[in-house]
Design a protein around this ligand. Sequence first.
Ligand SMILES: *[C@@H]1O[C@H](CO)[C@@H](O)[C@H](O)[C@H]1NC(C)=O
Ligand SMILES: *[C@@H]1O[C@H](CO)[C@@H](O)[C@H](O)[C@H]1NC(C)=O
Length: 427
Amino acid sequence: MLACSAEHRSVCTVSAIAFLSLSFTLFSTTSAACSNGNCQVLEACSAATDCGTGLYCGNCPALGKTQPFCVRGQATIPTSIVNGLPFNKYTWVVTHNSFSIVDAPPLPGVQRLTFYNQEDTVTNQLRNGVRGLMLDMYDFDNDIWLCHSFRGQCFNFTAFQPAINTLKEVEAFLNDNPTEIVTIIIEDYVHTPKGLTMLFTNAGLDKYWFPVSKMPTKGEDWPTVTQMVQDNHRLLVFTSVASKEAEEGVAYQWKYMVENEAGDPGVVKGSCPNRKESKRLNSRSASLFFQNYFPTYPVQSDACKEHSNPLAAMVGTCYKAAGNLMPNFVAVNFYMRSDGGGVFDVVDRMNGPTLCGCSTVTACQAGAPFGSCKNVTVPNTSPVTNTAGSFTGSVQFSSSASTEANIDSDLERTRVYQEVIQVRGIA
Ligand SMILES: *[C@@H]1O[C@H](CO)[C@@H](O)[C@H](O)[C@H]1NC(C)=O
Ligand SMILES: *[C@@H]1O[C@H](CO)[C@@H](O)[C@H](O)[C@H]1NC(C)=O
């Protein structure tokens, strides 16, 4: 691994690109005689209890891997290995439409007609190391709801639940984990004056609020994570509506971050165009870089394939498109699904070069000079998820997981998708 310095990040280019474009190597697991929590990533398993900490027993039929093997289900928390750097040096796992959860109960007497993007609760997502939530908020039923849209509005058949319920989950998590930092990206359709202010205050989240006045606007470094924790500024909230910044002190997303296109344009191999609202990815005018990586139509069974080599390759593409800048956020559907290491391994590989000059953050050594790396051999050593701090999230999927659960026919599904996509551009 090339040593490279934080001040001259371009020196890291070669190594970062080399690593991100590496294929995940598949290790032979023929002699896997493991059970009772001893099985490592990619080793054969027959029950979740066979696999080690942070792993679950899954498969990936979309890649022809039908026999169950241990799959990562938890992130490495990078600050638990390299602490104290500016916030914009780190990369975090983000769930796209975090609230749109398979098996979420529909409203009484209503058949939900929409799509799903995740499979476990927001509390569980946070416990598994997700640190960014994408939430779509609407005025609905005299309150603010998390909802998919249909002609720009929330309906009872696209609604999930009042936003305060989910925000209270975030509050409980920040309260229980006093060194963790969470980012919320709001796709904002709330028109109620001071609606967001009231919502976040009522959820008890105002005490964690990172003030807009302290956010860098010219591409400078953010405060360090240590400073943010000390100040209890551990919640970053961004809105898609520019006027909310002056009106309510909610940061206008594209003033502080660049972002690639969401949906299908964000998963086209070899290309990473910026989203219309965002400045060019290489403009260096914003300090944060948000990478969308999810297809327009979320399909559970395809996610494990998407979260294998194509994701790693796309991170490399976006890194280059941004003039050798590592994304700080990687947003995906069905974040736990992969053919082994998935989103979690990719994010480890993103944090390694920027935080310590090593190929993966798990090779970083606290306090060691930049570029001084531990000898990590994957996957024979203990699973990397053992370093994931004290989080004990479950990695079980909901049992009746099925993207199309509540949509009657292909025709109906296509119609709903088309209308939703047409109105919104992207879900
Ligand atoms: C759901 O909303 C529709 C109109 O969008 C309405 O006709 C229907 O009564 C509502 N159903 C329930 C159970 O509230
Ligand atoms: C790193 O691990 C490899 C494979 O186990 C081994 O051959 C090598 O000697 C190790 N290097 C160091 C510096 O420990």
